[in-house]
Structure formats: C-alpha cells, structure tokens
Design a protein around this ligand. Structure first.
Ligand SMILES: NC(=O)c1ccc[n+]([C@@H]2O[C@H](COP(=O)([O-])OP(=O)(O)OC[C@H]3O[C@@H](n4cnc5c(N)ncnc54)[C@H](O)[C@@H]3O)[C@@H](O)[C@H]2O)c1
Length: 368
C-alpha cells in the first residue's frame, strides 16, 4: 500500500493506494474519526459486489453503518436524488460528527460529496472510488456537484474528503468500456503536465490496454500525484487548476447533447481533447506530429469514443450554456506541445467549427 498526501493546511488528507485496501477501510477510517455513524452511499451495481464486506469491516471497527443507494447512471446525478440521500441522513439521525462515505464511481462520489458538503453545513466525507476514472481524478480535489438540466455540475461545492481509499482490485469487475473511458482522463495528465508520463504510456500501451496490474497502480499513483500538486496550488480553481479541464468545454457539450447516455464522461473528454488539439494545431501551439501522437496514443490504448454525430452548431450552442463559460466567453485549455498547456479565450467561431470538423475526420479506431 502506498500513501500520498494532499497538502491543504487544515483540510489536508491522505490517498491510500493498493490492492486489498477495501479490507483495511474500517481501520483506516477509524484512524481519523471517533464517529459512531457512517452513511454509506453507493449504487446497486457497486454495492452488490463490494458493499457487504465493506459494511462488515466498518462495523468491526465500531461504526453503525446505514446504507443509502442511488440508482446507477449519470442521469441520476441530480438534485432529486441528492434530496433523497439528505432525507435518509435526517431519518437516520446523522450527526455533525458522522461520516458520509461514497463507494462507487465518479457519479456516486460527486453526489455523495455534495450531500456531505451541505448536510448540517458540512460533515466528514470519505471517498472509496471504484472506477479508474474516479481513482485517477474525481475522488481527489474536493469538487462535488450534481447536474442541472441546463448543464453538468451546475450545482456544487468544494468539499475535500478526509481520506481517499483506493483499492485497485475493484477494477477487476469494471467493464472494458468504463476502463477505457477512465484511461481518457489518465492521458489528459500526460498532455497537460508531464511529457515523461505521456511517453511512459506510449511505451507501455499494450500492458495498460491489457490491464497489467503493476502498470495500473503506476498510472493511479502518478495521476493522483499530479492532481494533488495542482489542487495544492489552486484549491478553488482560480488559476492553474482549470488546466484539468482539458477537453471538457467541448466534452460537457457532447455529454449533454447525448443526454448523458451516448458518451461516457471519459469518452467525451477524449473527443473534446482531440477538438482542443485540432484548435491548438490551428493556433500553432502544437505541430502535426504532436497531434498525431495524441490520437495514436488513444488508439494504442484501445480508447474508442462514439462517432461524432452532432453538428458543429449544436456543439457550440451546448458550450455556451456551460458553467465554465465566464460572461459567455468560452475558455479552452489547449495543449502546448506535449506535457504543457495554456488557457485561451476569444477563439473565433470559425476556428471552433474548423476544429470540430477536423476532429470528425480523425477516426479513432481500435488497433486490430
Ligand atoms: N469531481 C471531479 O473532480 C470530477 C472529475 C472527473 C469526473 N467527474 C465526474 O465523474 C462522473 C463519471 O464517473 P465514472 O466514469 O466513474 O462513472 P460512473 O460513476 O457512472 O461509473 C461507471 C459505471 O461503472 C459502475 N461501476 C463502478 N465501479 C465499479 C466496479 N468496481 N465494478 C463494476 N462496475 C462498477 C457504475 O455503477 C457505473 O455503471 C461524471 O459525473 C463526471 O462529471 C468528477
């Protein structure tokens, strides 16, 4: 088991990474809290596999554990479901000293964290992420939210977890599409921050694709390390943290247009990143061979987003409603070579349309 600190003054916490960490969860959580009650939030898919043994180790460490399940799916990451969990928190007399624990992917983590941030003005929150995407990204950094019909993550807070417990073994039950969607966010870190990490993925693509355990733990560790470094500098996204949104301005629009069904989050980020990279090429921030390296890495890792079926007009319209649109000015994170990036506003409409259309030409197909 490895430990990684996230240094945020009095809101500091540790990320525990390793196979079999679920069994240690009771002891780990007890090490930071005297609480009597835990509200465990999950969904039936995840709870049926990992819930009972987790409840057992929590109870063995003296936690009265109440279970609240939300339905499975991004379309349930909304206020209505959050209110149902809040009702359960009230009914089970959760106190200010109690803990809310999220067991699941980014959807469960985002919603449960949002509930923890507002219940009695905020209670302790522990993340046990079970998808690759949640282990490398959403469980770290304290951004918690639910969606609004007008846009993704419109209603939310910053509420850091007290601890993140990552058990890499939980990925064994993840279906391939979710694994590859998570890899989309993994590649993001290489593009925006670390060219050596990008090269590591190029060199080890076959092993990553076939879910080599030691490679996956290396990926999880490095992604969490980069995310922690960025969040430590800019907890509330007033500056550098925004670079984590590479591909998201386009991506959120695609997710919304696909009614949160067509695209997995990581897949939308991949298509959005290719669009951002085409824009960067147009602005001479990257060259042809760098664009091709990005597309090729996706291919080598087996990441295949759905075919782009929306018009450029619709994608632009969706972007203008996004939360990240400040004063209706679109902001884009653009790669600057591999391993660096910058944020740019005031991109011409024609350039955006061109980037979308060039992306349409680039087929991201799996390597046969
Ligand atoms: N807060 C942040 O900083 C942040 C960052 C990135 C993404 N996100 C959010 O994360 C969400 C996407 O998260 P996700 O990709 O984890 O999707 P998800 O939570 O919907 O999980 C994907 C699917 O995998 C299932 N699942 C989860 N763990 C499993 C396991 N171990 N075995 C078998 N099945 C399992 C889930 O039930 C679900 O059907 C989006 O809502 C996105 O906005 C948040």
């Amino acid at each position: 088991m490895t430990k990684l600190p996230v240094k945020l003054g009095e809101r500091s916490y540790k990320i525990f990474i390793g196979a079999g960490n679920l069994e240690r969860a009771g002891i780990l959580v007890r090490s930071i809290s005297e609480a009597q009650k835990i509200l465990l939030v999950s969904n039936p898919t995840v709870f049926n596999i990992y819930g009972p043994p987790l409840v057992e180790v929590l109870q063995a460490n003296g936690f009265e554990t109440i279970v609240a399940l939300m339905p499975d799916g991004e379309e349930y990451k909304n206020m209505e479901e959050a209110l149902k969990i809040l009702d359960q928190a009230v009914d089970s007399r959760l106190e200010r000293s109690s803990i809310l624990l999220a067991l699941g992917g980014g959807v469960v983590g985002d919603l449960a964290g949002f509930v923890a941030s507002i219940y009695q003005r905020g209670i302790d929150f522990v993340q046990i992420p079970t998808t690759l995407l949640a282990q490398v990204d959403s469980s770290v950094g304290g951004k918690v939210a639910v969606n609004h019909p007008l846009g993704k993550n419109f209603i939310g807070s910053f509420h850091q977890p007290r601890m993140v417990i990552i058990d890499s073994q939980t990925l064994d039950t993840l279906v391939d599409r979710e694994y590859y969607s998570g890899l989309g966010e993994v590649v993001k870190y290489g593009i925006i921050y670390d060219r050596h990490f990008f090269s590591f993925m190029e060199t080890n693509a076959a092993a990553i694709r076939s879910r080599d355990k030691s490679c996956i733990e290396t990926l999880i560790y490095r992604c969490c390390e980069i995310k922690a470094e960025i969040v430590e500098q800019d907890e509330r996204e007033l500056g550098i943290r925004a670079i984590l949104n590479l591909g998201h301005t386009f991506g959120h629009s695609l997710e919304k247009l696909g009614l949160y069904q067509l695209y997995k989050h990581g897949e939308a980020v991949v298509t959005g990143t290719i669009m951002a990279s085409c824009l960067a090429l147009d602005l001479k921030l990257i060259n042809d061979s760098e664009l091709m390296r990005i597309v090729e890495l996706y291919k080598q890792l087996g990441i295949i987003p759905p075919r782009l079926v929306f018009t450029a007009e619709d994608i632009l319209k969706g972007m203008l409603n996004d939360k990240k649109t400040q004063n209706r000015r679109l902001r884009f994170v653009l790669p600057r070579g591999i391993g660096k990036c910058l944020i740019k506003e005031d991109i011409e409409r024609e350039q955006l349309i061109k980037a979308i259309e060039v992306t349409r030409q680039i087929e991201v197909e799996a390597v046969k």
